[in-house]
Design a protein around this ligand. Structure first.
Ligand code: NAG
Length: 288
């Protein structure tokens, strides 16, 4: 995936749950570890009621005609027709990097507005995430990209509308963070399938050739500076202090005590990684 970083809190008011739950830090290992943490700790992973799980066979490759293009994987999607009036709109969440239940449980906005619009809700899992994986990952990772993901959504949506004999139902796509980028790109690339897109906290322009590569962490730093410049400076100095401290005799043991780690630290990196995540999350969740 292209390197990108998140705009902080752009559409927080509009779509606060998604904005809170999904963002793309510049470093993917950071993303994965913090997602993992969120899953087990603060966020809700219980699927809201009235959702049904389905699987749709997708071709691995939508753009060429090699034999491996016709490998099929089963793409998971969740569907909720509780509020739907046939002929009413279809709200589709263009799944981003994670289990689709997670996005369905943390995108309250779509559930909130479904009764008013008598809308059908559909959450589609992103290829190569959750259960939507080909059997052999090793030789297929080249098919993991946003263009293929968008084509998956296009094909699934058309098939679903056909099966429901609801071809005339307008489709609106929704997404947060990378999922918001996908929603916006989907509307641009497949305007005949979606009449609108809501992209929340989507870092659409946050690419290295458009903004400085430091822009994500600059924004995080700015948040702390706005509270108090000294706060920023103390945090900034602390990295070096910890580095030095970790190399002195019993330094790591002391740091373990200080931070009350579950196990004694063997290196500084897990503690500094944890702190970095805490600072980033604090900046992101402090929006009004
Ligand atoms: C539509 O129905 C066909 C035939 O039963 C099925 O193979 C396909 O998976 C369905 N499409 C979706 C999106 O569920």
């Amino acid at each position: 995936m292209e390197r990108m970083s998140a705009c902080l809190c752009l559409a927080f008011l509009l779509f606060s749950v998604v904005a809170d739950a999904t963002y793309i830090p510049r470093r993917s290992h950071h993303l994965l570890s913090s997602r993992q943490n969120m899953k087990t700790s603060k966020s809700n992973t219980e699927l809201p009621s009235h959702f049904e799980t389905r699987y749709f066979p997708q071709n691995l490759d939508h753009f060429s005609f090699q034999p491996e293009s016709y490998q099929v994987f089963h793409q998971k999607y969740l569907i909720n027709s509780h509020y739907w009036r046939k002929g009413g709109p279809i709200f589709v969440y263009t799944g981003n990097e994670g289990d689709i239940e997670w996005f369905a449980s943390n995108t309250g906005f779509m559930l909130d507005i479904a009764p008013k619009f008598q809308a059908l809700l559909v959450f589609i899992e992103h290829r190569f995430y959750g259960e939507s994986k080909p059997h052999k990952l090793a030789n297929t990772l080249g098919f993991l990209n946003s263009q293929q993901a968008l084509a998956d959504y296009a094909i699934l949506i058309r098939s679903l509308k056909q099966n429901l004999t609801s071809e005339a139902s307008p489709v609106i796509v929704f997404g947060g963070s990378y999922g918001g980028m996908l929603a916006a790109w989907f509307r641009l690339k497949y305007p005949h399938i979606a009449i609108g897109a809501l992209a929340s906290s989507a870092p659409i322009l946050n690419f290295d050739n458009i903004v400085p590569s430091s822009s994500f962490y600059d924004t995080v730093s700015q948040d702390f500076k706005e509270v108090r410049v000294n706060c920023f400076e103390v945090i900034k100095r602390s990295w070096g202090e910890m580095e030095v401290f970790s190399t002195v005799k019993d330094g790591l043991q002391e740091l373990s005590k200080m931070f009350r780690t579950c196990k004694t630290l063997h290196s500084l990196s897990s503690a500094s990684g944890w702190l970095e995540t805490a600072f980033v999350e604090t900046a992101m969740d402090q929006c009004e």
